[in-house]
Design a protein around this ligand. Structure first.
Ligand code: ATP
Length: 240
């Protein structure tokens, strides 16, 4: 579904990704793990085509999504036509709007007249707390509820390919497991997921395959079941 070849990315004159290659098959959950500053968020932003100055600048490489050259696709079409969505690190929800208003904003690129009732029901089924709080201003939600809203907002774009940047960040353990249970249900329903996670143990338990990023390069890759037993991974990411 997604194929990235020799991707090189710069911020200003500094290269943050030094020619990485990876792929995601339809229906898979693939995770990128690595230490702080390894280039995980940069990879997601480059694939989502977040334009400079906020985002990184691709200098070389190829990104194909369902056979289409993503680097030549206007950024807004990535969401509306290719049906890819990024749930960014730090949530970036609109705090002065209610839960419903945040969700509705995400539907701006949908066809007018499209009936979205079933999708709202699906989201409130995945995250019942959001239903209880649907008329509440988002800034008054707990951190975990805001994270659920950020994921739900990405889903309301109607995406088929979901990129998640640190969905467990700041969540208490119970909410973290709720979040990953919901993500599992989404994947079982057919959603392809590219996940960036600091919590390598959680990510390796959840995903099918993983790539390990280290200072802008991919050092290891493989099925999660194999990587979990890899001595370097155990030592660096799984507490020995
Ligand atoms: P973290 O887990 O801390 O979010 P990460 O693996 O997602 O780390 P990135 O945020 O992609 O790493 O950063 C990769 C490199 O690019 C780092 O050296 C970082 O300092 C640099 N970088 C990231 N964003 C910018 C920016 N806007 N301007 C300049 N350099 C940046």
């Amino acid at each position: 579904m997604l194929s990235v070849e020799n991707l090189k990315v710069k911020y200003g004159n500094i290269e943050a990704l030094h020619g990485i290659s990876f792929h995601v098959n339809e229906g898979e959950v693939v995770t990128l793990i690595g230490a702080n500053g390894a280039g995980k968020s940069t990879t997601l932003m480059s694939v989502a085509r977040l334009p400079p100055p906020e985002g990184p600048r691709v200098t070389e490489g190829e990104v194909l999504f369902q056979g289409k050259n993503l680097l030549k696709t206007p950024a807004h079409e990535v969401v509306s036509k290719l049906k890819m969505a990024l749930c960014p690190e730090g949530r970036h929800i609109f705090g002065n709007l209610t839960v419903m208003e945040n969700l509705k904003l995400a539907t701006y690129s949908r066809n007018p007249g499209e009936n979205l009732e079933a999708e709202y029901r699906h989201i409130f089924d995945l995250f019942p707390r959001l239903h209880e709080r649907r008329h509440q201003r988002s800034e008054s939600l707990s951190g975990g509820e805001q994270q659920m809203l950020a994921v739900s907002r990405a889903l309301m774009t109607g995406c088929k390919f979901l990129m998640l940047d640190e969905p467990s960040m700041g969540l208490a353990p119970l909410l973290m497991y709720d979040m990953f249970r919901a993500l599992k249900r989404l994947n079982q329903g057919g959603m392809t997921i590219l996940l960036v996670e600091q919590n390598a143990k959680l990510a390796l338990q959840f995903a099918h395959r993983a790539y390990v990023l280290d200072t802008g390069a991919i050092r290891l890759e493989g099925p999660c079941s194999e990587l979990m037993d890899h001595p370097d991974i155990k030592k660096a990411y799984l507490g020995g």
